[in-house]
Design a protein around this ligand. Structure first.
Ligand code: 5AD
Ligand code: SF4
Length: 572
């Protein structure tokens, strides 16, 4: 009976047979022979039926192959998270899967039985940090092994992009690693961890064409946070020549609209006030499970892709419309985006919905058309600037953010000057600025020379930062006297002041005060409140203000006009 009811119960033990000390889940023919032998000699149906009376059978299959069956119960996991917001959300997915299997979580290193490191491979610097952390964990593991207190052995798992990039090399190089799991194999983690109990290392780095974890409800690591992240799509098909992401996260695929809307609703019910829709390219989102609309993706003039345009299904504009309709008092943000995917429909939803934040992420990457071409970005400087103008015209008081890379292969001083001039011309409220880091496997690695010396990259990077900081200071100072709608997140440890973010995700700090409520009373401010704050002083990365009154998104914009909401302009 149990066999029929629980498919996992049959499949799991069979899969386990495939893995030996050095092997990965994808088996080769040698392993197939070995599996056949093991199947012949391994436990039969009896073992499974016997196991149905095992005490832990109630909610978890008993696995007779594994020496230590206590593979999930009460084992404490410590998460280390590196990289982007997507990694934070992926960790919440992993935690959901493990919690379901009876694992516990700890934030105290000494209590941990398993360290799971969610990794990033985008630049060498990100990986270096992780190698240092692994050095520390290796030492911790050794100390635990020789400890006289008979503690359980420590296991180390590497998850995410670096796991995918380095695969078995990670185990060869880093002998202390027990599990390597790529971004599409988190469902397999309980099994991979189970295998480590018998001293095996376990690797699953298979990429999938359709895994979106749509049915896994992420468990938020910070339950008190007023904001949450939702992955709406995974992977990337753009193949920018410098970028490792298409190789570590695989092909682009989107989650069905309905599962995203359900998650937003659930978060709204839990009191979450801000949701950020996440993906490598959120705006190339397509729910192909919905066959209601037959829209072809129309790119704006001057933009092109390396892949065929998508047909049918629901587009990002449709998703944004549905998600922002769940709760008009919930702020909606989205990142990351690609400049090619900002059709008028998307700009229109952003402009029309008061709860969709007016900050558009338009990662330019470079200001020179020649560099953009080598990067295979699919647009020229002129096309990018035309998009900025179109966005400014469509969305009143729009704010902009960007990513820029300096020192890409062959970048001349003149070409770099064009990046600086883009930073001057466009008023970016937020910019992420990076020196180029050559990544194996990418087209740039195969086709170009990483010929800008490191010291030149460093120097160009600091010149970009200088322009950016000066511009931010100027933009922020222009906000003095304006009133911003601030969603309060918590307090600043050092000063005890309250901290929140305005529409453009810029930090706003102010003193705690009892201020007017909508019904005419007074109360102090707490996390999750929307407060109207008058800006009185500005630094490059933070605004200071005076709290005026409690409010809500709809209420605030009834009184404060779009033009006066205190945000950026694009003077082009
Ligand atoms: N070197 C430097 N920066 C990179 N990025 C992506 N790949 C590289 C690389 N090899 C930057 C891009 C991207 C952001 C997430 O990281 O600007 O938008
Ligand atoms: Fe990387 Fe380009 Fe895809 Fe962004 S769009 S993840 S930079 S390949």
């Amino acid at each position: 009976m149990f066999l029929l009811k629980n498919k996992n119960y049959i499949i799991q033990p069979l899969k386990c047979l495939l893995v030996s000390k050095t092997c990965r889940c994808y088996s080769d023919s040698v392993r197939l022979v070995s599996m056949k032998n093991k199947l012949k000699n391994g436990p039969g149906l009896k073992n499974f039926i016997e196991s149905s009376t095992h005490p832990i059978m109630v909610d978890r299959p008993y696995i007779p192959y594994l020496a230590n069956v206590e593979y999930a119960t009460k084992r404490k996991v410590y998460f280390d998270i590196y990289g982007c917001q997507m990694n934070l959300n992926d960790t919440e997915i992993v935690w959901s899967i493990l919690q379901n299997e009876g694992f516990e979580r700890t934030e105290v290193e000494d209590e941990a039985d398993i360290f799971l490191v969610m990794t990033c491979a985008i630049r060498e610097g990100a990986e270096t940090k992780i190698w240092h952390r692994l050095d520390h964990l290796r030492g911790f593991k050794k100390r635990r092994e020789v400890s006289k207190f008979k503690q359980r052995p420590v296991k180390i798992g590497i998850l995410g992009c670096m796991a995918e990039r380095l695969k078995e090399k990670l185990i060869e190089k880093e002998k202390a690693v027990d599990v390597v799991a790529g971004p599409d194999s988190y469902r397999d983690l309980p099994r991979l961890l189970a295998l480590t109990d018998s001293g095996q290392t376990a690797v699953n780095v298979l990429l999938s064409l359709d895994e979106t974890y749509a049915d896994v409800v992420p468990v938020r690591l910070n339950q008190d946070s007023v904001s949450a992240f939702i992955s709406i799509m995974r992977g990337c098909d753009n193949m920018c020549t410098y970028c490792i992401v298409p190789f570590t996260r695989g092909r682009e695929r989107s989650r069905p609209v309905s599962s995203i809307v359900d998650e937003v609703r659930r978060l709204a019910d839990q009191g979450v006030k801000e949701v950020t829709l996440l993906g490598q390219n959120v705006n190339s989102y397509r729910d192909i499970t919905e066959h209601t609309v037959k829209h072809e993706t129309k790119l704006a003039e001057g933009f092109k892709t390396v892949y065929k345009s998508k047909m049918g299904g629901l587009r990002f504009a449709d998703l944004l419309d549905k998600v922002s309709s769940v709760d008009p008092e919930m702020r909606i943000r989205f990142t990351a985006a690609h400049p090619k995917d900002f059709p008028d429909e998307v700009l229109q939803v952003v402009a029309e919905r008061a709860n969709v934040c007016k900050l558009l992420h338009l990662p330019a990457q470079a200001g020179s058309s020649a560099v953009l071409q080598r990067m295979r970005r699919g647009y020229s400087r002129a096309a990018y600037l035309a998009l900025v103008r179109r966005a400014a015209a469509a969305v009143p008081a729009v704010g902009l953010s960007t990513d820029m890379i300096c020192g890409f292969c062959g970048e001349t001083e003149e070409e770099f000057q064009e990046t600086l001039s883009l930073l001057e011309i466009v008023d970016y409220n937020i910019a992420f600025l990076f020196p180029y880091s050559m990544r194996e496997k990418t087209t740039a690695y195969r086709r170009y020379k990483d010929d800008v010396p490191e010291d030149v990259k460093k120097e160009r990077h600091s010149r970009m930062l200088n322009v950016y900081r000066r511009k931010c200071q100027m933009l922020n100072e222009a906000e003095i006297g304006n009133t911003h709608l601030v969603l309060v997140e918590g307090s600043v440890k050092k000063t005890g002041q309250l901290m929140g973010r305005n529409e453009l995700y810029i930090k706003v700090v102010f003193d705690q005060e009892e201020i007017l409520t909508e019904d005419g009373g007074k109360r102090s401010v707490k996390p999750g409140d929307y407060v109207a704050v008058r800006i009185v002083s500005a630094k490059a990365s933070v605004l200071s203000g005076i709290p005026l009154y409690h409010t809500g998104i709809r209420e605030f914009y009834r009184h404060v006009s779009w033009a006066d909401r205190g945000t950026a302009r694009v003077p082009l």
